[in-house]
Write a protein that binds this ligand. Sequence first.
Ligand code: HEM
Length: 416
Amino acid sequence: MELLNVAQLSTNLLKTLNLPPSPPKLPLIGNIHQVGKLLHHSLRDLSKKYGSLLLLQLGYNSNNHDIVFSDRSRTTAANIFFYKCKDMACAPYGEYWRQVKKMSIVQLFSRQSVQSFQFIRDEEVELLINKIRSDCLKESLLSNRHSYRKRLLILFTSLCVGDMFPYLRWVDVLTGLIPSMKTISAELDAFLDQDFLSIIMQLQKNGAFEMDLTQENIKAYWTYMFVAGIDSSTTTKVWMMAELLKHPNAMKKVQEEVRNVVGNKLKVDAEDVKTLRLHPAGPLLLPRQTSASVKFGGYDIPSNTTVLINAWAIQRDPKWWENPEEFIPERFENSSIDFKGQDFQLNPFGFGRRRCPGIAFGVASIEFVMANLLYWFDWKLPAGETAENMDMAELYGLTVTKKTPLHVLPISHFSL
Ligand code: HEM
């Protein structure tokens, strides 16, 4: 298991505890200089040297195991974007989170609920396929653009100096980080006020929810759903298409499979797993925070320690996977490895109490969209780009996307 601690500890505590191994620190800044822009890569490299459970000091702050690891850290970004952590993902582990989760499972995430939205997926996918058909006639390239949603996700994971050294909070204002966060948050807020809030408030009046929600609760909740829920599925689809274009044999095989199972049984389920192993949408899951001190792997983990789980590194670890960096379509044939939180070597949706509740939604959307795209069209790279020279660089954020947009040329497989 690979775990990483970003601790904020007093020097006295450091001396008395048996803490996990740690790279040498510099005065004041601790280990900050050892992490780069792609945090999940830096952490994997450090843990190769210092072990799978490793402690980093990234500043200080005066502020059964699953429960202890079930809290979330309250960062400046989470406070700005999610109305002081009133959404479900960043809410502290406690009564409010329990109530919101209960309500969500009944109203939104149940199997029936996911199925009941199939008619919307049908309508949206039909629109998408028709749009691509007309692009085929014009021979135009499709590409995924980085939206303002993406800007929010990148800002969300930007390290605020003030979260580590509270007296330096002014630096985040000076560098423009906090003003940028506030601008995007205000844009989203206006959107939610305009189109959304009145509908939800009406549902509340009609008794649709078990608990009374304030406007801020509702906006925080939906901001996360819109931004992270949608983006994680979109990111996975982009990586899936990129990997398939990079591996034409895998593309051919999956298209044959999809075209052999016509109708509403269109499925590309095994491809989800292959893509989510190499490109988990959230490579470090969502940061956890310990709510009490705990002994873990023989080490003392103090209370209030931020814990990052490097799912990306675990899913590429040669300890668990043969040829870990390779996209091998046959890898999961006849394999019982579960990707929904049971097997620790494959954990793209997290685990335990704070595991992603949107798995069924995410998977339904990825499978249905991808199956249709692969069924109706053949896909080519634009002139000058080949499977070998495709740029697969990553852009770090709450979800890790392709750095350069994916450009593809659709060719209708059936005569128009
Ligand atoms: C491919 C699609 C998706 C992936 C890879 C994904 C991944 C994740 C991960 C890694 C976490 C953190 C889990 C942890 O801390 O252990 C998470 C949490 C969460 N996800 Fe997803 N997710 C996806 C789709 C969705 C969708 C479609 C929704 C909503 C409609 C959603 C809603 C949430 C919520 C609300 C949480 C916070 C749960 C909590 O803190 O209690 N996710 N997701």
